[in-house]
Design a protein around this ligand. Structure first.
Ligand SMILES: N[C@@H](CCC(=O)N[C@@H](CS)C(=O)NCC(=O)O)C(=O)O
Length: 211
């Protein structure tokens, strides 16, 4: 079978989601870095892979796949990963948790969005950090409240890691990078500790590629 290729940027949280999901699914892959700082995501080569100019892109099963959440569900459906629970209420809850991050926090904290805010407000780079901290913290406070639920177990839903945990860990990495206050988010903290102990999560932690 052809090797899977992940077009990745080491600091991209959407790519980090996919690295975790691929590891948990047991799919071997190699990564090709698309350097967002150098603008490679909008170069012709990458735009031909994804006209949105985003990472990740995954080549797998003879397909070229975009959109991390759709790809994670594809892995779940084709590899039986159990990223979503069997029951409909459970699936809805896990998707709702995951979407707090993937649909609400992440798009407004994208690099191109935050840079545009800086430009519109006169070029003060400090605005970017304020923007990130405000929206990431607000979303994670809501996530913490949603974890106050009988469905929460050792992980966001029950006792095995799933779609919500796959979204949570990259968002936490990003939160820490921007200096978001997290100490009071104790349910998130406990789940994060358990995720860190799982090999699939540990092997996906962002690391700068060698020069
Ligand atoms: N909804 C997309 C979002 C992808 C996305 O926002 N990727 C970011 C990195 S985390 C990106 O490529 N940003 C490039 C830019 O903003 O120019 C997904 O989940 O795959």
């Amino acid at each position: 079978m052809t090797e899977a290729v992940l077009y990745d940027y080491w600091r991209s949280s959407a790519s980090y989601r996919l690295r975790i999901a691929l590891n948990l699914a047991g799919v071997a892959y190699r990564t090709e870095q698309v350097d967002l700082r150098a603008g490679e995501q909008v170069a012709d080569a990458h735009m031909a892979r994804n006209p949105q100019g985003f990472v990740p892109v995954l080549e797998l099963d003879g397909l070229r796949l975009t959109q991390s959440m759709a790809i994670i569900e594809y892995l779940d459906e084709t590899r039986g990963c159990g990223f979503l629970p069997d029951d409909a209420p459970g699936r809805t809850r896990v998707r709702a948790l995951a979407y707090v991050i993937a649909m609400d926090i992440h798009p407004i904290c994208n690099l191109s969005v935050a840079k545009h805010v800086v430009d519109l407000t006169g070029g003060d780079k400090a605005v970017m950090g304020d923007w990130m901290r405000h929206f990431i913290r607000r979303g994670l406070v809501a996530f913490e409240a949603l974890l106050d639920d009988p469905g929460t177990g050792a992980f966001c839903h029950g006792d095995r890691p799933g779609l919500a945990d796959i979204c949570l860990m990259p968002q936490l990495y990003n939160a820490e990078r921007w200096g978001v206050e997290l100490a009071d988010l104790v349910r998130i903290g406990a789940i994060a500790e358990r995720c860190r102990g799982e090999q699939g999560f540990a092997a996906a932690i962002p690391a700068p590629p060698p020069d």
